[in-house]
Write a protein that binds this ligand. Structure first.
Ligand SMILES: NC(=O)c1ccc[n+]([C@@H]2O[C@H](COP(=O)([O-])OP(=O)(O)OC[C@H]3O[C@@H](n4cnc5c(N)ncnc54)[C@H](OP(=O)(O)O)[C@@H]3O)[C@@H](O)[C@H]2O)c1
Length: 294
């Protein structure tokens, strides 16, 4: 039976464990994929904590994770067995596993030259960054401050903004300044930054917006608190065309998706703990073998 890394009750990491699971059965419009890499995101521990329970009720145990790259083993319209694909998982869970289901209308075929580890982080963090830049709709020469620029969403948002000719500043802890400056960002410590910018992208939440001054403020981190500061929440597009664009940019060496740590599947819990600690630079990925396993 295929293995998955699950949580068995809502709360802290104590209920996380590996479990043998039945092979996922694809429904209409779903692709069954043998997973070769799974992206690790803050939302994974937030789901485990029960923070999304009201709008994402799960039957427990539930497999952690919501984005993967792998090989199609049971096809759906638009895909063939053996295709290399990436995408978000069905139902907002099921990524840290040997096999996962993807909605065919939100998955993308991987171009030549794109690795599974890079492809696995495109649906959530990079996709969010792309959608945020589209929503902010800045012109070349306008300025953007990214709060929390050193993490998964921030490093991609910074690169996409620089590509659009936008002047990018960002807040990050000092240990990440060299990293983000290499991406074209003017780096500031937390709670510092330019006195005025055209727009702010908030990836931190809480009171991080207290001192910022901009006409357009978009948040993906903490909409309830950010609303007090005039921030608008981001609405994700879910457009697989975005995933395809990002995949091409990475395959052509124009975008670095920021994968800095790849953990073996056996260390899935350690991978999530690193992200849960909140100071991660770039992206964390769980890597699984690329040969057939079952
Ligand atoms: N709504 C959506 O669709 C969506 C999608 C993706 C992500 N998100 C949310 O967006 C947030 C960011 O996601 P992510 O994947 O980029 O997270 P991440 O990879 O964990 O990065 C978060 C970054 O914020 C930095 N940070 C923490 N406190 C900070 C502060 N006070 N000031 C400035 N930087 C600070 C962290 O490092 P340093 O403190 O060391 O600089 C880290 O680099 C999370 O809350 C996530 O759940 C939402």
């Amino acid at each position: 039976m295929p293995l998955g890394y699950v949580f068995t009750s809502y709360g802290g990491p104590g209920s996380q464990r590996f479990l043998d699971l039945p092979m996922p059965e694809p429904g209409p419009g779903e692709v069954l994929v043998e997973v070769h890499a799974a992206g690790v995101n803050p939302v994974d521990w937030k789901v485990r904590e029960g923070m999304h329970r009201a709008f994402l009720p799960l039957e427990l145990p539930a497999v952690l994770g919501r984005e993967v790259a792998g090989t199609v083993v049971r096809s759906a319209p638009g895909f063939a067995v053996g295709d290399r694909v990436c995408g978000p998982t069905v139902g907002g869970c099921g990524g840290y596993a040997e096999f996962a289901l993807l909605p065919a209308d939100r998955a993308a075929r991987m171009p030549e030259g794109l690795s599974f580890t890079d492809a696995a982080v495109l649906p959530i963090a990079a996709g969010t960054a792309y959608d945020a830049l589209e929503a902010l709709d800045l012109r070349p020469g306008e300025s953007l401050l990214i709060l929390g620029v050193g993490g998964g969403v921030g490093t991609v948002a910074a690169q996409l903004a620089v590509m659009r000719g936008i002047e990018v500043a960002g807040t990050a802890s000092p240990s990440k300044h060299v990293y983000v400056e290499q991406l074209g960002v003017v780096a500031y410590d937390h709670d510092q930054g330019p006195s005025r910018v055209d727009a702010v992208l908030d990836l931190v939440g809480g009171d991080a917006l207290r001192a910022v001054c901009a006409e357009r403020i978009l948040t993906v981190a903490d909409p309830a608190v950010a609303a007090q500061y005039g921030a608008q929440p981001l609405k994700r597009s879910g457009d697989p065309g975005v995933l395809a664009v990002l995949a091409e940019l990475v395959a052509n060496g124009k975008l670095d998706p920021g994968v800095r740590q790849v953990f073996p599947f056996a260390e899935a819990g350690d991978a999530l703990a690193v992200v849960e600690a909140g100071q991660v630079a770039g992206k964390v990925v769980i890597g699984l073998p690329t040969g057939p396993r079952h």
